[in-house]
Design a protein around this ligand. Sequence first.
Ligand code: NAD
Length: 289
Amino acid sequence: MSTIGFVGLGVMGAPMARHLVTAGHDVTGFDVHTPAVDAFAADGGAPATSVADAVRGADVVITMLPNHPQVEEVAAQVLPAVPPGTLFADMSSIRPETSVRLAAEGAATGVRVIDAPVSGGQTGARQATLSIMVGGDEVAFAAARPVLEVLGTPRHVGGAGAGQVVKAANQLVVAGIYALVSEAIVLLEGSDVGAKTGLDVLAGGLAASRILDLKRESMLAREFTPGFRIDLHHKDMAIALDAARDAGVALPVTGLVAQLVAAARAMGHGSLDHSALLKVTETLSGREA
Ligand code: NAD
């Protein structure tokens, strides 16, 4: 069993940290949002009052934070505070270049930093069925594996930053499918064809997808409680386009979908679930409810 310092007890981090407690690990949690720390303590975790407090004595540090500025801020407190040999798994979705830099900074002091972003959403976090894409040293991955397996299925995908590139690819596919499911709904409803029956048929054929399975009913009901916020997906689309530029490749559909996500945010839907991309598609046809 490991002693784990867990920083970032939000939509994803809270259930993940709780699973680690349930698995028998000694987990100390910190979040700048104090009620999140209180809730974690109520569920059997150890509360911390700062990052340094959370990682004191830890052999594994996990971060689950919104974006790279928060990861950089927390990492700047973690790296000087932990001894050589400590494992530091950043599970946030951030730009690959930050993961590469943190791995190099960690290596300089013997801290083994891996990037381990996840897919599967809040449901995956709650059910401990996350798909975990890990970039970094293979030996560090092997050491982190027993802890990561408590949260889902980890897979080593390459060197530092590779986990973030795979996550960026995941996010552009997810946003693209949301955009097309939204167009299917607008087409069906605009044609006075039963959208529920129509999407049921789609979900049983070649157009089947996890998104159709999990989200078609809530989208038809215009239920957009997050889940995964438009604001976070906007961040991820920028990561995907930056990664494409770094790789010297063109992603035209991703560029278009990124603009639809940006429009959702500009329309004031940033705090809604990413399935609210439907509101943008409806607005383009003058059909918003
Ligand atoms: P969230 O905003 O719910 O949680 C982030 C938490 O970090 C918040 O509780 C916030 O208070 C805390 N925080 C921010 N700055 C901090 C700091 N400096 N020190 C300590 N705590 C700090 O976000 P989330 O939905 O849990 O997402 C976390 C990461 O996981 C993001 O990178 C996101 O893109 C990714 N992700 C989210 C989902 C999802 O469905 N929500 C799915 C896959 C990946």
